[in-house]
Design a protein around this ligand. Sequence first.
Ligand code: ZN
Ligand code: ZN
Length: 368
Amino acid sequence: MKNLTYFLDQPGGNFTATTELISEPGPGEIRLRTLKTSVCQSDVVIHQQGLPRIKQWPAILFHEACCVVDAVGSGVEEYVSGDLVGLGCDIPCGDLSCIYCGINGTGDWTSCPNTQATGHEFPGFARLYTILPDWFVKLGPIVKFPKDFDPSYACQLEPLACCLEGMTRVNNCIENRIVVLIGAGSQSTYALQCAQAMNARKIIVINRGKDRLERVMKDFGDDNVLGIRWDEQVVDNVFKACQPFNEPHFLMVNAPCREAYELAPNLMGYGTVLDGHAGVKGASGKPKIPHQVDLNNDIHYRLQCYQATHGSSMHGIRLAHQFLTEGRLPKIGLMTNDTERFQHTKLDAAITRASDSDSLKVIVDWDQ
Ligand SMILES: [Zn+2]
Ligand SMILES: [Zn+2]
């Protein structure tokens, strides 16, 4: 049968639709039909300037996907055709004996020196059909959703999983606590909703731009949520908002810039957990952002915790699946408005919209 694939010819280039034949899935393989893909900020970066991880051009983008199982190869018992599935981005390296990704591995795929991700080293879902290899089917981040589950929510499994990895790597820092989110993009908006679901005491969102912060406050705010502009007074204003506590308990850096890492340590106090969630990357690589920590006074006596997460393992994928299927994120539909939905024939426009300063989550429809 025929498949339709969109190749991005080069960084800063255009998508070209290509029709080619796709075979039946072989032993252990499954064939997926793409229903929805959502656009990640990394897709915007790849589209504009490329990414060192992508060595092969033309490239097939998109790693946030909801698909339906279209056909299964011999020996596949976990899936049947018609299953609705969501997928993660970080995937095992494919070596079944790998200490991270293999059958007896730790599951910390992103620690594997040969780690790979869909839409990066592994071709993404900017195509109607995809055949997944046997190791992906066996070990990879695939979860089933109820058949009537909204694919527009299921395709957001992966970004949500990444967010939940950051919020759960350290225990007891969200429930009944004060959560501060730096940035008001999609990761902070997922974190805001997760913190609400996990009964945070107060959630403070810091953002430089007014547009996105207003949108997030209007659609996701409640009595326990506060938006604060990132200006000269931001540190004072955050500490004031934490009262009667003197500091936030959980602090998540979701803005991928040096300034966010310079701000975050100033917001730490007694017992604060900092999640360095967004990495900083420029054309010249990953810059050094030094910061001095007193291991005795800050770490031991003030119980501060500096940690980071990037990407997601099955831990985050399972949690995200749970949050979605249990309906714990009732406002997730508001992440995408009418101006953020595109047909697959309009991929350039979809990515351009995702780069706008007020945009939260762009979704591409493949099923119409
Ligand atoms: Zn993503
Ligand atoms: Zn591995």
